[in-house]
Every structure is written in C-alpha cells, then in structure tokens.
Design a protein around this ligand. Structure first.
Ligand code: HEC
Length: 506
C-alpha cells in the first residue's frame, strides 16, 4: 500500500512537472484586444505562430527561424526613421515580406525597429521595454482581407495580439470627412492600426522612387558610425532595395482593392465608395528624382501640382533658384541642420491607393470618366486637401451603389439645394451633358501651360514652393492626422520634412 502511494506521488509529481514544462515552452496563445483567445485565422502569420505546439516565437529572431523552417522566404527592407542623413540616434525600421514558394497572394509583412545601446545598433526586441516588438499584416485567404497583429513586450515575456482586420479599419475610418458640420473628426476605436493604414492594407509613404529615406541599391544607408550587433548584421544579409517593397505594397493595395469582401462593404454606402474621388484619407510622399547633392536641375513632382488623372506638368527649376528658395525661407532639416531632405522638393501627394480606387470606380461603371474629371476639376490647383472638393462628398446620397444615372440625378439635386459656389459649379459641370464641358479642359490646359512656360520665373517657383510648405504643414493638421491612435507622419518617431521659419512673415 505504501509502495503504491509512493508511485502515485511520483506520478503526480511527474505530471505536474511536465505540465510546468509545457507551460514554459508552450504553443502561441494569440489574444485579441479584450485578452480573449482568437479563433483560427487563415493567414501566414497565424499559421507560422501556431505551427509548433511547444514553442511560441516571442521575438523577431525566433519568428524568422520558424518562417524559414516552414519553407517560407523573407525579404528585408530598411528605412532611416529620422532622415537618411540623420541617423545618429540609430533609429531604423526593418520591414519584411514573407512569401510562400510561388504565391503572391499568400503574402504577409512584418515590421520591427532598431535602437542604439552605447555605440551598438541592436534590434529592439527586449520584452522588458514593455513596448512594440513586432507588427505584422497578413492576407487572410478565407476572409479576403488583411489581418493585423502585434507582439508586445510584457516584462519577462511577450504577448501576441490579433488587433482586427481590414474591415475593422474601414469601419474605424468610415466617418472620416463625414462628421457633421463644425464637429471634430470621428474615429472608431477598434484598432490603432486604423490611424495610418487608413484603407486597411499595407502602406509605404514613399511608394514612388526615389524612396528618399530608404535603403536602395543605388543609395545605401550609411551605418559606418555604428557597431552592429550580430542580429542587425544578419538582417543586412537579405537587405533588398526599396523598389521591390514598393512593387509588393502596390500588389497588396490592388489585392485589397479587388477583394469582394471590401467591395461589398464599400458598396453599401456610396459616400464611402466615392470618398477617394473627393477627399484624401491617406497620402504618399514624392520628391525630385535626384539627391540635392548631385542635381543641377530640380524637377517638381507633377502630382504636387495637379491630380495625375487630369494631366502632367513639366516644371523644372535650376538648382540655384531652388537653393535661393531654401535660403529665403530659412529651410533646415531638423536635428541634422542640413539644408534640406536628401532629395529636393519632398512633398505630400494624393495617395496611389486613392488614384487606383478612382480608376477602378470608372472601370466598374460606378461612375464614368466625365464624372471623375468634373469632380477633380473642382479646385484642381489644390490636388491635395481641397476643402472645397472634399465638402461635396457629404452631398452624395447615403445609399448602396445602384444605377449611376439615378443617383447622379439625386446628387445634382442636392448640389442645387446646397447652393454654395462650389456645389453650383459642380452642378453646372454635371448637368450640361455626359461629357466634361470644354471650359473645364481649357482651364486645366491653360494652368498646365502657364506653369510650364514660367518654369524660370522666380515668382512662379516661389508660389509653388510656398504651397509645398503649406502642404507639409497641412498633413499634420488635416483631419487624416486627428486620430488619437496614430498619425501618418508619426511625429516624435519619424523626422521627414525640413522645417521653415519665415513663411508667415513673408
Ligand atoms: C502612426 C502610424 C502607424 C500606425 C498606427 C501603424 N502603422 Fe504600420 N506602418 C506605418 C507606416 C508609415 C508604414 C510604412 C513605412 C513608411 O512608409 O515609412 C507601416 C508599415 C507597416 C508594416 C509593413 C508593411 C507595410 O504596410 O508597408 C506592417 C507589417 C505594419 N505597418 C503593421 C502595423 C500594425 C499591425 C499596426 C497596428 C497594430 C500598425 N502597423 C499601425 C505607420 C503606422
């Protein structure tokens, strides 16, 4: 009897011990923002995380080991958070794409950061910092939207969170630009990612070359001033040029745009569906193509002067004229005291995602080209953040996308009832016939020609430059940056634009 008791005790002890080891080396528990275990998701990140029943990757090194073990591939991209020529604080972000052997839609992305310890550049993967260690976005093959995850340090360990998906983000941002007159902008509270991933998918501010602050094959980021930890060194082995990330983010944007799930959500409300035509919910950055050091001419990005769907403008100024403007407005890059960002004329522009959405609206017959041109021609000299154009969105009927001719008539009636100068201008453009009135084209053409003709006139360049300074400022103050959970330029974390001192005095 005593013997049996002893064996029993041993058994209980062994079971308790093995339970303990399982707990210490356990499968991933992925929870939502309410700390409840999330149901199974059909995306790469979820699959990677639950692929082992005994070992949850709780930092980026372990996560990448697991990714490789499963036969998946990662490509690494790098951006200097405080400006290409201002990296002394050692603040960089690594973004990585994860792909299956031969699939483009099974795509996931992760992001993580570096910090400086003494002179050594390290990956910020210390759970004791209690901060963000990894963020991830992964395409869900069943829901046909992106899932958003993050790994947060908890002191001695870390916790994986599933924060929501693209549909949640669309709901969080549905009231953007549509709040009642005089009210501050309203945002949902579902997930913080909505603050910047405004349309629910991957983003890259510098989607267009030359990718001012990114590591590119033509223009590496200089890390000579740092010692590199072995983990940072191993990141650099797979470093790829930013153009490749741009191509993948573009595919990601298209994939989400074509998703039946997203289309169904947006088509329930014309105001949401047509928002990209009237307003901006996100931005991209563009700049002159050559770095200031090696340029002798500065070509102003067309998209900063005109919506590219309305035409192209070739406006080039001499380097001397540009330097004079930098001097005249006392432009300085913060922290480094350089004269400018690496590439001249770094400017916010209407986002590629919204331009794609407009083209798709035309292609799918939701609107026709004349309608698009008529709307975009309202205040066309302000291609980004035009209050006039954006205010007209509120007059679009709140109803599902039906027959174009039917809701267009309702819209025209609303424009007439509203009786503002802008609404009457659009009404007259839309009701004349089903083609843009020739005056619209003449006005746009004469604007293009007058800019091109006056490329060498300092007054014209001065006006455009002032406008550039205003637009840089407006990104911070516009409604798109009012979500308390995050704003696209990430002030405090990123340093992007040079600043100026004398605009108001001139
Ligand atoms: C404050 C703004 C902001 C918030 C909030 C934010 N992100 Fe991002 N994220 C960015 C920017 C900006 C980029 C692209 C880098 C660039 O253009 O500088 C990015 C890139 C990423 C990438 C790489 C793929 C891509 O889109 O290029 C992942 C993954 C990512 N974010 C995940 C998340 C997740 C998950 C959340 C929420 C838990 C989140 N982010 C919240 C600004 C933000």
């Amino acid at each position: 009897m005593k013997k049996i008791n002893q064996t029993l005790c041993q058994l209980v002890l062994i079971t308790m011990l093995s339970l303990f080891t399982i707990k210490a080396k356990a499968a991933c528990l992925i929870v939502n923002s309410q700390n409840r275990k999330v149901s199974s998701q059909n995306d790469l990140i979820y699959k990677v995380l639950i692929s082992s029943s005994t070992n949850c990757p709780l930092n980026v090194i372990d996560l990448k080991k697991r990714i490789l073990l499963l036969g998946l591939k990662t490509d690494v991209y790098m951006v200097a958070n405080r400006g290409r020529n201002n990296s002394k604080l050692g603040s960089f972000s690594f973004f990585e794409t994860i792909e299956g052997p031969n699939s483009q839609t099974q795509q996931a992305y992760i992001g993580h950061f570096t910090s400086l310890h003494g002179q050594t550049l390290e990956l910020s993967q210390n759970p004791a910092d209690q901060g963000l260690m990894i963020e991830a976005i992964a395409w869900d093959l069943t829901k046909r939207v992106y899932n958003f995850y993050e790994l947060i340090g908890q002191g001695t360990t870390a916790q994986w969170f599933y924060r929501g998906d693209s549909s949640d983000i669309i709901y969080d941002n549905q009231m953007l630009h549509l709040q009642p007159q005089g009210m501050p902008p309203q945002f949902g509270q579902r997930l913080r990612c909505s603050g910047c991933h405004s349309s629910g998918g991957p983003i890259m501010k510098e989607l267009q070359a030359p990718h001012n602050d990114w590591w590119t094959i033509k223009r590496n980021l200089s890390l000579n001033q740092f010692k590199l930890s072995p983990e940072v060194q191993s990141q650099l082995v797979n470093l790829k040029s930013a153009e490749e990330l741009s191509a993948k983010v573009n595919i990601g944007i298209e994939t989400l745009e074509q998703s039946p799930t997203i289309q169904n959500t947006l088509r329930k409300n014309l105001k949401l569906l047509l928002k990209p035509l009237f307003c901006e919910s996100e931005i991209n950055l563009e700049s002159a193509s050559m770095p200031l050091d090696v340029s002798n001419k500065i070509k102003v990005p067309t998209t900063s002067m005109l919506n590219p769907l309305l035409g192209k403008i070739d406006f080039t100024l001499t380097k001397q004229n540009y330097l004079n403007l930098l001097n005249q407005y006392h432009i300085r890059f913060p922290e480094s005291n350089d004269r400018d960002a690496d590439h001249p004329w770094l400017t916010p522009v209407k986002s590629r995602r919204e331009l794609i959405a407009i083209k798709n609206l035309i292609q799918q017959g939701v609107i026709n080209q004349y309608f698009a041109v008529s709307v975009l021609s309202i205040d066309f000299k302000t291609p980004l953040f035009s209050e006039k154009r954006c205010s007209l969105l509120k007059l679009i009927p709140s109803k599902p996308a039906g027959l174009f001719e039917t809701w267009k008539d309702e819209f025209i009636n609303e424009l007439q009832r509203s009786k503002t100068e802008t609404s009457l201008e659009l009404m007259s453009k839309l009701s004349v016939s089903n083609e843009p009135n020739s005056l619209t084209f003449i006005n746009i053409q004469s604007y293009i020609q007058s800019l091109q003709k006056n490329s060498n006139q300092i007054n014209t360049a001065d006006n455009l430059f002032r406008n550039l300074l205003v637009k840089r400022k407006e990104v911070f103050t516009s409604d798109i940056s009012k979500n308390p959970k995050g704003q696209i330029l990430e002030p405090g974390f990123r340093v992007i634009f040079p600043v100026f001192f004398s605009l108001l005095n001139n």
